[in-house]
Design a protein around this ligand. Structure first.
Ligand code: FAD
Length: 568
């Protein structure tokens, strides 16, 4: 039984295991192919990364005709949505990670893992250059080259500092498990330092000032978790410094949680105000020194202010990894911010390379053409004029296919593409809209340069991984029958259905056992009931029964005993 749980096997597999152990035949465990035959036939797939996209690809890859080599500097998968909980000890770091070898060993596919980082991709010769990440003082960093037939790039993204001076040297980031552990130690160290004798009142105030830069979901969740940690656990242990603790959330935009529904934004801002979290909107950080943050107050004519701080966490978005930038330059994508793929996740400009997750973006030009095509179709059917109702239907179609279009327009405080058209045409749309495809194109091109059509979330990365694995599972069958199933014939498309993202909603935990949930269809729920929904969803989304059990037991431990405040 213990073995079955360790292996995360289903009941069926448990029965098979028992059968095998009792002499019923070990064959049931792995339908192995004769080795010589397998080697000669197998295509080599190289997967870069062990994050959301790569792990979901690996979990869903079932065709044993591949030989897979996974390369990543991390030999584990980390459940990133629970990283903010790790920063305050609500959940332990080890509870949210699963060794990738545990995941791979259950596969019938031949998988090798190397703990190394890729530093160069040579798409012309189908090679990736890697450097070992294992600390080995004797041999230094060993380098090796891996050949591939298919390359899957799923290396995620870097933190984006926007080249703000002093950020790298003085701020904490919240991207990796190590970052979360470091933040947890630093928070407790700040309390211990402020509690030392002979520290002046002003210095105590500075040390206990926690500044969070970026009012997106990660910054907001961290601010809320820190507030709970301080108020529910630390202040009981450090009663003398109760009135000196301050949490400030700095956001350059007009509101925090800008990508969420207005009701959630307003609720979050009000709640933070009531909790005593200082939300400074219109405040752009321009420099960070060892003890001070300089901000440009966008609402006050660009006035520069300095704020003393004890610990700063930078959470303002993501950027491209340097070796991906080099690769993009190599394949003619130097001007882009992420690897552009088509809707089948194939990297544009080179063959047999796929990109998914945070490091990739579906080519927006193609998406634009798609949107224009939808309007053209509507135009044909309506002979040039759409009623507002027809227009809304077209919009609904577009927003269903590309939820990010909707999010973008909301961000810009526009209700729909009509607002964009209005901007382009210079007049209002009342009862009907005259279709002019050229005007639409001009309007959309304004969006083109700014919009990443899919959000950088685990949800997207994981759906892309599953989609690509399914394509790979059917690759052989499709190669034999390149025309594909009847319904795609004559489309001139790739043999698989294009990737379609299905938005399942998003959460914003706001502390005090309250969460905001925005579910498809603009359904918004805020409060304690959504917190229970959050617990259920995140428990169910765990990658293994082991991590699920650990996470749930951490939550229970926290309810009963509170969070641990030791600085180990
Ligand atoms: P990652 O998961 O980052 O994985 C990248 C992988 O590539 C890693 O294994 C890394 O080690 C490896 N790698 C890096 N460099 C190299 C190299 N040179 N060679 C080989 N491998 C390399 N999304 C949600 O949907 N919901 C949430 O609630 C949510 N909360 C979040 C909270 C936090 C604190 C953070 C940081 C992110 C959160 N996200 C959330 C976003 C989500 O984590 C990312 O969108 C997701 O991880 C992207 O998946 P990925 O596979 O592209 O990249």
């Amino acid at each position: 039984l213990s073995r079955a749980f360790r292996d995360n096997q289903s009941h069926l597999k448990l029965v098979l295991l028992c059968t095998a152990v009792s002499g019923g035949g070990l064959w049931a465990y792995g339908e192995s192919v004769a080795p010589e035959e397998a080697v000669s036939e197998k295509k080599k797939v190289v997967v870069l990364g062990t994050g959301w996209a790569a792990t979901s690809f690996m979990k869903n890859l079932k065709n044993p005709k591949y030989e897979v080599q996974v390369v990543s500097p991390r030999n584990y998968f980390a459940f990133t949505p629970l990283l903010p909980s790790v920063t305050c000890g609500t959940v332990e770091a080890r509870s949210i990670v699963e060794p990738v070898r545990n995941i791979f060993k259950k596969k019938k596919v031949d998988v090798q893992f190397s703990e190394a980082e890729c530093f160069k991709i040579d798409a012309e010769n189908r090679k990736v250059y890697c450097r070992s990440s294992v600390n080995n003082n004797l041999n230094g960093k060993e380098e090796f080259v891996v050949d591939y037939d298919y390359l899957i790039v799923a290396v995620g993204a870097n933190v984006n500092t926007f080249n703000t001076p002093g950020v790298t040297e003085n701020c904490h980031f919240l991207k990796e498990v190590e970052d979360a552990k470091k933040i947890r130690r630093t928070v407790i160290d700040c309390f211990e330092r402020a509690n030392l004798p002979d520290v002046s009142e002003d210095e105590k105030k500075r040390i206990l000032h926690f500044a969070i830069v970026g009012g997106g979901p990660t910054g907001v969740e961290f601010a809320a978790s820190l507030h709970d940690f301080v108020n529910e656990d630390l202040l009981r242990l450090y009663p003398g410094i109760k009135d000196l603790v301050k949490i400030t959330l700095l956001e350059a935009g007009d509101h925090i949680l800008g990508m969420f529904d207005k009701r959630i934004t307003t609720f979050a801002e009000d709640k933070f105000r009531r909790d005593g979290i200082d939300v400074k909107t219109g405040s752009m950080v321009v420099k960070v020194s060892e003890k001070e943050i300089s901000t440009k107050e966008l609402k006050n004519g660009g006035e520069i202010k300095t704020i003393p701080y004890g610990m700063a966490v930078w959470s303002t978005g993501i950027g491209t990894r340097p070796f991906i930038k080099d690769f993009m330059a190599q394949i003619g994508q130097a001007s882009r911010r992420a690897l552009a793929t088509d809707e089948w996740l194939r990297v544009e400009g080179c063959s047999n390379v796929y990109a998914l997750g945070d490091c990739a973006t579906i080519n927006q030009r193609k998406v634009m053409e798609d949107i224009v095509a939808i309007f053209k179709k509507a135009d044909k059917e309506s002979s040039g004029t759409l009623t507002v109702k027809q227009f809304q239907e077209v919009m609904k179609d577009i927003c269903e296919r590309y939820p990010q279009v909707e999010l973008y327009l909301k961000n810009k405080q526009m209700h729909n593409i009509a607002d964009l058209l209005k901007e382009a045409k210079g007049d209002d749309i009342k009862e009907s809209i005259e279709l002019n495809i050229e005007e639409l194109k001009t309007a959309l091109s304004k969006v083109d340069s700014q919009m990443k059509f899919l959000p950088a979330t685990a949800q997207v990365a994981s759906q892309q991984g599953t989609y690509l694995a399914k394509c790979f599972n059917r690759m052989e069958e499709c190669e034999k029958n390149p025309e594909g199933p009847l319904r795609f014939r004559g489309e001139g498309h790739h043999r698989f259905k294009p990737f379609r993202y299905k938005h399942l909603g998003q959460f914003a935990p706001l502390g005090g056992e309250q969460t905001a949930a925005q579910l498809p269809g603009d359904w918004v729920s805020i409060g304690h009931s959504s917190q229970w929904l959050w617990y259920s969803v995140y428990a169910s989304k765990q990658v293994s029964w082991r991590t699920r059990a650990l996470v749930v037991s951490d939550w229970t431990r926290r309810f009963i005993f509170g969070r641990d405040s030791s600085s180990i």
